[in-house]
Design a protein around this ligand. Structure first.
Ligand SMILES: *Cc1c(COP(=O)(O)O)cnc(C)c1O
Length: 464
């Protein structure tokens, strides 16, 4: 009997978060270490909050030199949930997960197991995805319109054929290094309603497309379709209407140039909170501009949507600066919060999302004075939260309300830390990148585990 067969159906009630206190450490049945993939950390079970608390308890009982280091908890069931949501709202659009958003090995494996494709931007990402095993190179789109020639050559060697371009120089490079590539022209769309606008760097304006396609034809290259990106962290779901209209114009330009386009790539930019709305605008626009979809493959490159809510981080307050008595704050800083907390991850680490991704993060008190409970009556005051490096840019929250009695050794948690965080963390000043603890989570955890276990055994047998 395989491991899968003996997996008992799990009672969801079992996963309701018990509330351990510091002296009531988690009972053994809450932990369910499982080495689904021998080279990865174990896959635990249970509510992510339990693992945040367990991490805190472990740290408090640990005498290691980095006992109190910050750590992530990843709830893989959250990724699974987003995938089901995607399939429900956009059943005819195949997601190619944007690896750059969070190349976590469990996330990549879960998505691979669920059958998504992958949007890679470099040789490194392509190798990472292919190294998992069981992923056909046709499931990868090399979606960086400006690639090094050696990367294009390597993509050819790895049989990664699908790639984007938005300029003529790229066409010459591809003609030399991968003449058999299946090209996708990335067009410029309105990205003014996004946290991160990508159009200042990428995308051909429609007016440039006919000449690019003529050049591609002249070089005997195969252009198969059109892509765009409405900007990362898009907060106006209506932008898809205009983007699809432009894509349709580009399809006509393709026909004009002698191509028959068969691929529409609607890019990324999907926000968790606005997803259903975006999906609805997108679906309507596709219906309007592409009513006849015979032979048309539609794909997307979601990143943030899949992972943003799946990761939380626990950080330890390693230092605090507060006036001892009734000192008057230095006048220049008189409008600054009176108390400054220093935590052990910052903008050079996981919180780089504040600088690079324009995120605003919100801490909550994870543990205070040895307890996971903060009374509602606890007085609060304006405070600021800083990272551990010696750089003053390393500010996590300039002004946030926190309990007056918060002290060194207490823990602050941050939710929604899955997108554009771990992936761009540095080790500046000798601070290590925070580690990740994995749980199958609370949403259909048995399914999550089964999907992963089946994938692992298929890779093992080499027959995915
Ligand atoms: C970053 C990026 C994505 C992912 O964007 P999200 O906003 O995270 O969905 C998709 N495609 C390309 C080409 C990108 O550069």
């Amino acid at each position: 009997m395989s491991k899968l067969d003996v997996l008992a159906p799990l009672d969801l009630k079992h996963f309701a978060p018990p509330r351990p206190t510091l002296d009531d450490s988690a009972s053994p049945d809450i932990l369910w270490p499982d080495h689904v993939f021998p080279d990865l950390p174990p896959l635990l079970q249970g509510h992510p909050d339990i693992h945040l608390r367990n991490g805190v308890i472990d740290a408090d009982n640990n005498a290691q030199p980095d006992a109190e280091r910050a750590f992530f908890v990843a709830d893989l069931s959250q990724v699974y949930k987003q995938h089901l949501r995607w399939r429900k709202c956009l059943p005819n659009i195949k997601p190619f997960y944007a690896v750059k958003c969070n190349p976590d090995p469990y996330v990549l494996r879960l998505l691979a197991a669920l059958g998504t494709g992958f949007d890679c931007a470099s040789n490194g990402e392509i190798s990472q995805v292919l190294a998992i095993g069981g992923i056909d190179p046709t499931r990868i789109i090399f979606a960086n319109p400006c690639k090094a020639v050696s990367f294009i050559r390597n993509a050819a060697k790895m049989h990664v054929d699908m790639m984007t371009f938005d300029n003529a120089d790229e066409l010459y490079k591809i003609a030399r290094a991968h003449p058999g590539a299946k090209l996708v022209v990335r067009i410029l769309t309105d990205d003014s309603k996004a946290l991160c606008q990508l159009g200042i760097k990428f995308g051909a304006p429609l007016s440039a497309v006919p000449a690019l396609l003529a050049k591609a034809k002249e070089l005997d290259l195969d252009v198969v379709g059109v892509s765009f990106h409405v900007g990362s962290g898009n907060y106006d779901p209506t932008v898809y209407t205009d983007a699809i209209r432009r894509a349709h114009t580009a399809f006509d330009m393709g026909t004009e140039a002698g191509y028959h386009f068969s691929l529409l790539d609607v890019g990324g930019g999907f926000e968790d909170a606005l997803f259903e709305q975006a999906a609805s605008y997108l679906t309507d626009a596709i219906e309007t501009y592409f009513p006849d979809r015979a032979g048309l493959q539609i794909i997307a490159e979601p990143g943030r949507f899949y992972v943003s809510k799946a990761f939380s981080i626990a950080t330890n307050i390693i230092a605090r600066r507060a006036p001892l008595g009734n000192e008057v704050a230095p006048s220049a800083a008189s409008d600054q919060p009176r108390v400054m907390y220093y935590i052990n991850d910052g903008v050079y680490g996981a919180f780089n999302c504040i600088l690079f991704d324009h995120q605003v993060v919100h801490p909550y008190v994870l543990s205070m004075d040895g307890s996971f409970h903060v009374a509602a009556s606890e007085p609060i005051e304006s405070s600021s939260v800083w990272g551990p490096t010696c750089d003053s840019i390393d500010c996590v929250c300039p002004n946030v309300q926190l309990p007056v009695s918060l002290r060194v050794g207490d823990w602050l948690g941050f939710a929604n830390m899955g997108a554009y965080t771990v992936c761009a963390a540095s080790q500046f000043n000798g601070f290590q990148v925070s580690k990740v603890v994995y749980t199958a989570g609370i949403f259909r955890p048995a399914e999550v585990r089964a999907v992963l276990a089946r994938f692992a055994s298929e890779i093992d047998k080499g027959n995915v």
